[in-house]
Write a protein that binds this ligand. Sequence first.
Ligand SMILES: C[S@@+](CC[C@H](N)C(=O)[O-])C[C@H]1O[C@@H](n2cnc3c(N)ncnc32)[C@H](O)[C@@H]1O
Length: 345
Amino acid sequence: MSGVPDARAPGSATAAADPSAIVRLSTAYWDSQVLLTANRLRLFDALAGGARSADEVAAELALDARSTALLLRACAGLGLLELEGERFRNAPAAAAFLVSASPAYMGNVIRYSDQLYGAWGQLEQSLRSGRPALPAESYLGDDQARTRGFVLAMHERALGIARALVAVLDLSGRRALLDVGGGPGTYSVLLTERHPGLRAEVLELPGVAAVARELVAAAGAAERVQLRDGDYHVADFGHGKDVVLMSGMFHRESAADCRGLVERAVACLEPGGLLVVSDVFTDPGGAQPVFAAMFGLNMMLTAPAGGVHADADVQGWMRACGLADIRTVPLPPPMPHRVVLGVKP
Ligand SMILES: C[S@@+](CC[C@H](N)C(=O)[O-])C[C@H]1O[C@@H](n2cnc3c(N)ncnc32)[C@H](O)[C@@H]1O
């Protein structure tokens, strides 16, 4: 007898518990790395023309044939590919979102996740130091290639999210939109397209704004969407705006800074003006939805004050600034975003 109780003995506390979720979590990064690597290798482009054998794919991508067969089978197991005898083809979702010629291509978004894989490996160090694992400046201007990749990723993601936002946001009759931290300018492009009388000013850091200018021009929207270089912590928000959009920026900022940004947004709005704050938010308590809780860690790893807030807190900051008609509108699934709206009386 060792004297150590057998935790699996009938009647012990652990006998009734199921470890399968824990086992699954311990290897969940396998799945992510299969997708990230396949996307990096442009595997789905290699299959865009139809089904191919593992040997053919290996030859095209200059990979080892035996290893490629294992990767392709794993992709098929995960539902990214379909198996047809000895040949593999893109599953419908892969064909729609992972082939670079597709209008709904998400490869840059996934490449950005790929860049963060190393940062997640430094979670413990960030927890000890309280500092991000990836310096935010690197993708916000300092490193041109990385900045460009980040802006293209934001653009691809916004093409999905902004379309959903445009559908739930009625800006009829509004004329002047300030898009704070507007990134690639995609929201402003789509909102001004939907509301022809609307003109937008996008306030952005210079390195990001430079790439955004190209995207706005390529969309044929340079007349109605202006990029202004500036730091939203200190830049003058101007006056006479009838809409202020703050999308995807509160997750980079502390609660005190978010509250300050709400105050400055309200100050630049005309009476009747609308403040729109869109982001990934949690329920009160911060643990749910689980994607939002995980997103908070992701932001902690990539921005000095990064995290996640509850939309109830944003409502509170709006209330403290005297806004009326405050409400949260969730965007339709699968988007995890919620939009908090308030009107200046
Ligand atoms: C997650 S992105 C959101 C972009 C866009 N609003 C969207 O929803 O797609 C956050 C944006 O805030 C910008 N940003 C971060 N800090 C900033 C600052 N101090 N001043 C201006 N823009 C800033 C970043 O460059 C980035 O484009």
